[in-house]
Design a binder for this molecule. Structure first.
Ligand SMILES: O=c1ccn([C@@H]2O[C@H](COP(=O)(O)O)[C@@H](O)[C@H]2O)c(=O)[nH]1
Length: 235
């Protein structure tokens, strides 16, 4: 398995820590910038990653009214990032507006159009949370399928889902639809706040295009070895 299928999150609060992490793992080609880092240091980190010729997953999980989501997506797509996230629960009007906006933003900047992907259901939630806290009267697999289909019908390029659901979603949405899976835990690693997990090998076998793997690598005493072990485990 190629390391190119693994996206490593930069879940740190300063640019210096983020740069140190990138330098420690030179073989990683795809990095994720999420809320913690972007809120603290802004687009500077994207400029750094682009200068290193890294691919960028800008995971800010936009969730707002259509006009606001579209504005955020237009601005985000001017940075030349590869993936951008929005919550599927923003609804069809917002998703369609967001897709149109990433195309506009990229055209204005001259960068390729980033792939806009929708969060189906956070991997930190389980079926109990869905039923009892969120009061969603659907089984979890049916709910995530509805969210993925909503994204597809709205013209998005793909979805973020748990590896536990990716096989079923892939069957319905087809091979062209991109599936990015967090909630990946190598054998023996701690689950932490992730509820719906698979091992890297299981996730790829189930049909994930990309695996997002953070703490099992970054919280390890030896992140280089941890990454190598994951690649070996996948075979
Ligand atoms: O449903 C989701 C959507 C995004 N994430 C993000 O992925 C990484 C996972 O990190 P780990 O350390 O491997 O748990 C993290 O940045 C989340 O913001 C997710 O976990 N689930």
């Amino acid at each position: 398995m190629s390391v190119d299928k693994i996206i490593v999150p930069l879940d740190v609060s300063t640019k210096e820590e983020a740069i140190a992490r990138v330098e420690k793992l030179p073989q990683v080609t795809f990095w994720k910038v999420g809320l913690e880092l972007f809120v603290s240091c802004g687009p500077e980190i994207l400029t750094f990653l682009k200068a290193q010729q890294k691919r960028i997953f800008l995971d800010l999980k936009f969730h707002d009214i259509p006009n606001t989501v579209a504005g955020a997506c237009r601005s985000a797509s001017r940075y030349g990032v590869d993936l951008i996230t929005v919550h599927a629960t923003a609804g069809k009007t917002a998703l369609k507006a967001a897709q149109k906006a990433v195309e506009e933003g990229a055209n204005q900047s001259g960068y390729p159009v980033p792939k806009l992907i929708a969060i189906t259901l956070l991997t930190s939630l389980n079926s109990r949370d869905l039923a009892f806290d969120l009061k969603v009267p659907l089984e979890l697999p049916e709910y995530t399928l509805n969210m993925a289909l909503l994204a597809q019908e709205s013209g998005l390029a793909g979805a973020v889902c748990s590896p536990q659901e990716v096989s079923q979603l892939r069957q319905t949405c087809g091979d062209e639809f991109l599936f990015v899976c967090p909630g990946v835990r190598p054998t023996g690693s701690e689950r932490g706040d992730q509820q719906r997990t698979f091992t890297p090998a299981q996730a790829l076998k189930a049909g994930a295009d990309y695996l997002v793997i953070g703490r099992p690598i970054t919280a390890s005493d030896d992140p280089v070895k941890a990454l190598e072990r994951i690649i070996d485990e996948i075979g």
